[in-house]
Write a protein that binds this ligand. Sequence first.
Ligand code: ATP
Ligand code: MG
Length: 441
Amino acid sequence: MKLSELFLPILKDIPSDAKIKSHQMMLRSGMVRQSAAGIYSWLPLGFKVLKKIELIVREEQDRAGAQEMLMPTIQSADLWKESGRYDGYGLEMLRIKDRQDRELLYGPTNEELITQIFRDNVKSYKSLPLILYHIQWKFRDEIRPRFGVMRGREFLMKDSYSFDETKEGAILSYNKMFYAYLKTFERLGLKAIPLVADTGPIGGDLSHEFVVLAETGESQIYTSKKILDLKIENFDNSEQSLNKMVKAYTETYSATDEKFDQKEFDDLVKKDDQLITRGIEVGHIFYFGDKYSKPMKAVVNSSLGKNITVEMGSYGIGVSRLVGAIIEVNYNNNIMKWPKTVTPFHVAIINLGKKNDETCKNKAQKIYELLKNNSFDVLLDDTEESPASKFKNFDLIGIPYQIIIGSKQEIEQYEFKEVGCEKEILSAQEILKKLKIIYFN
Ligand code: ATP
Ligand code: MG
């Protein structure tokens, strides 16, 4: 892609209503534009990142054995009356009436709808265990939408739902999701820690929030520094390893302020190991047994020949919030550096040659073609802005690797640079080889 052709409305000034750096950066770099309070359009640059995050979330769900489907954004109020949540959900739910005066709502979550689909189609334990998920827009009429996509009203969520015959089976499904979440966040370049959490309006008796440590986060976190040393690659998704993993991650005290207990904290975590900080909730998992299956009569014939209500859990990831969380962690001193797994482009080519410098232009075009032909997504700056303003734009766009072309270089040599690291002088073929190792190995 050529920068001169990319729809990228960069703002020179920091928008005054954007209070945290991810919100400022997303507006300035033209990733999103607000359409109404807490409701955003995703412009090409932002949409590319959103899609890449979505892909990683999807891959890890599929690997955990979950099956993707798609439920609608609009649901019937009747279902929510069956579960008993219609009145309790309060003002956060956007309630709508159609022309026949039927009550509808814009889904804030999908426990009811998935339970209906399950009960109408599954009759026997032989279809279990089953985990279904979708990645769909949700609407919650948040009292204070703020921080851009971090707390929007319309936001993209991945939500999975597990169905099991027994409680043990349901805990295994829970542990599989626990593992998939840690893998997902690691691939996104984030250190997310699981914390014992309140179950809120979803309900149930076992629940963990996954929180990315960041000063601007809305959640207060109490944990032990030791949790930061745990590595998900030391575990796999066999049942035995899953049990070990959950034990390792949950035996250290960690809690959000709703569950925090000072005495327990002091008893379990030595003063020197205590870590009190803030974080961004990027995922939340729940085991809630028959909370929905009972009132909604999701019954299957068990292996013992009895009718039983199915054991359920639900598992959410804030896909659009993750864009903000990744920026909070990786945007420092006005310079963005996307993790290579989600960067909007693999590499930037910045031509600093003067307007009429055909040699520079040809050189830029040559390496651009070479990289494109080798499946790289390349952004070529072919604009006529000053070098200073070009670099400023790329600080915002955040592509982690840059190829810089100037008139003083040897004809076959290019400057190659990873953002934040020393530059190297390399040939086009050497750059190609390097990028293949970085991205496709
Ligand atoms: P929060 O405590 O931040 O309001 P929640 O606990 O109400 O979130 P869940 O029902 O657990 O949210 O939803 C699953 C995930 O969806 C959350 O972990 C979060 O990443 C994301 N999410 C929830 N609300 C929003 C929102 N208003 N904007 C963007 N993402 C959200
Ligand atoms: Mg939550």
